[in-house]
Design a protein around this ligand. Structure first.
Ligand code: SF4
Length: 254
């Protein structure tokens, strides 16, 4: 599925900047920080409240993706961001970086930008131009790794004017329980944790989300079980006693 991304549900990833600060349980084993430190992309850390985020040079790629999608007559899903949080309000993030992101969203109409955050409470303040006139190709999502964050972030997400919303319940670290219908998004992604420190997940947690999505007519994606590495995860297969992926939000084909 993913052309330039290792993430099944998107074709590309777009990081306007890199770096972040851990904020909740889903961040405990942040793969982005581990990847960045491992690769030694730069000497100074970009992670934590005292570290400076840095700009990337990937912006020109967005134009190429858009052109390609137009040529093929399809839409590309662009995950934003895999190595940062788009609603991080760290002082080192130049407001111009955010304005450029919004400008790209508006300019490249063959792309759907999947904006994912663990800080939805910052979105209105950091992106006033989005709030004024929210483009249909900006999907807004929040991480919902446990019930507390599902309720807290899900409630804020439901107040934002995005026409397509989504949850990333990955890594899922506890049962979400009953999902209030009023905060149900347009799409739910779920998955277990990967990495040496992965936390075990109960298959019933995923089944419960899937069944509630079905009842609410919301597309559901089960991405993977938890495990130490991709080899171990793949060996577990993806069986979940039924549907593991039933499409994308209305109006947006796979
Ligand atoms: S919000 Fe995302 S990028 Fe930031 S520390 Fe948490 S998991 Fe990592």
């Amino acid at each position: 599925m993913a052309e330039n991304s290792g993430i099944e549900w998107c074709h590309h990833t777009y990081n306007p900047w890199i770096g972040c600060t851990k904020i909740s349980a889903a961040c405990d084993n942040c793969y982005a920080e581990a990847w960045d430190r491992r690769g030694m992309q730069q000497k100074a850390s970009r992670w934590g409240p005292h570290a400076t985020r840095t700009r990337t040079k990937t912006r020109p790629n967005v134009r190429k993706w858009d052109r390609k999608a137009a040529e093929l007559g399809i839409r590309y899903r662009v995950f934003c961001a895999s190595l940062a949080d788009i609603a991080d309000n760290h002082r080192s993030i130049d407001p111009v970086w955010r304005r450029d992101l919004v400008s790209d969203i508006r300019a490249f109409q063959n792309l759907d930008f999947l904006l994912l955050t663990k800080r939805p409470q910052n979105v209105a303040k950091l992106y006033p131009d989005l709030m004024e006139d929210w483009p249909a190709n900006a999907w807004m999502g929040v991480s919902t790794e446990n019930r507390e964050e599902m309720l807290r972030r899900g409630e804020v997400l439901a107040t934002l004017p995005a026409s397509i919303t989504f949850w990333s319940a990955e890594p899922l670290v506890e049962d979400l329980g009953v999902i209030p219908r009023e905060i149900m998004p347009s799409w739910v992604i779920t998955g277990g944790e990967s990495g040496a420190q992965y936390r075990p997940a109960d298959p019933d947690w995923f089944r419960s989300i899937r069944d509630q999505c079905k009842a609410a007519d919301v597309p559901f994606l089960f991405k993977q079980w938890e495990g130490k590495n991709q080899k171990e995860i793949k060996a577990k297969g993806r069986a979940l006693d039924g549907v593991i992926h039933d499409g994308y939000p209305a109006g947006r084909a796979a």
